[in-house]
Design a binder for this molecule. Structure first.
Ligand SMILES: [Zn+2]
Ligand SMILES: [Zn+2]
Length: 237
């Protein structure tokens, strides 16, 4: 395949390489050097909840998904939201370091498998106009664009919009998160019959992705899969 040959050339050619975004020492193709990549914590690929990706002792449904299943059909998340990925994501979002988009987009696509072949369209979690103006770019849109390129699907941020600005979810309990997101999104009827991947940078409780999926499902898509670069996992003490 031509694209495979191009990827090989890019990986081996120093003019396409950049300094590692974590250690700043090594030149590497995708922005994170192999040594720093080993510092990230992957979510276990098999022993996790098949719906929300919560680590479990064996694959199955977690208690929360048994009681209140999220509106998305499954969540794919390659990494745990912890140091040092949390630092990179924070720098990307709040430090306006858009140059991290390529490295983080590459991480999101880590472990992409052939089950993505049926995805018709990739849609980012939309940002409200006010927040977009403040931040300058939508971090989820940058990640979604990268995913769409990797799985050769269509990137379309216009199919789901944000009707109103919502308070930041951080620091809110689950009930408050749900109230905060109620009626926050709107859907384009063009989603009918499509297989959709929705993308966010972090899934904390999964409520944002679930509420967005619930809104999209009103438009009658075939399925809605959620993708997050990282997933928060409660540390057991
Ligand atoms: Zn490094
Ligand atoms: Zn679950």
């Amino acid at each position: 395949m031509l694209s495979n040959i191009l990827h090989k050339i890019i990986d081996n050619c120093s003019i396409f390489n950049q300094q590692c975004q974590l250690c700043g020492l090594v030149s590497c193709a995708h922005g994170i050097c192999p040594a720093c990549l080993r510092l990230l914590t992957p979510l276990p690929p098999d022993s996790r909840c098949i719906r929300c990706a919560l680590p479990l002792s064996a694959a199955g449904l977690c208690g929360a998904c048994l009681q209140h299943p999220p509106a998305f059909d499954a969540l794919h998340a390659p990494y745990v939201f912890c140091y040092p990925l949390d630092v990179l994501i924070h720098r990307f979002k709040y430090g306006r370091h858009i140059e991290l988009a390529s490295a983080l987009g590459h991480l999101l696509c880590h472990g992409v498998t052939s089950d993505t072949s049926g995805i018709d369209v990739v849609i980012p979690v939309p940002l409200a106009k006010e927040r977009l103006a403040e931040r300058g770019f939508n971090q989820s849109a940058e990640l979604a664009r990268s995913l769409a390129g990797t799985i050769r699907s269509r990137f379309d941020p216009t199919l789901c919009g944000r009707k109103r600005n919502t308070a930041a979810q951080a620091g809110l309990d689950l009930a408050a998160r749900r109230r905060n997101l109620r009626d926050a999104f709107c859907v384009d009827p063009a989603v009918a019959g499509l297989s959709i991947a929705i993308v966010d940078d972090v899934a904390t409780t999964g409520e944002t992705l679930s509420e967005m999926a619930a809104t999209l499902k009103k438009g009658g898509p075939n399925r809605v899969l959620a993708w997050a670069l990282s997933r928060a996992v409660a540390i057991k003490t």
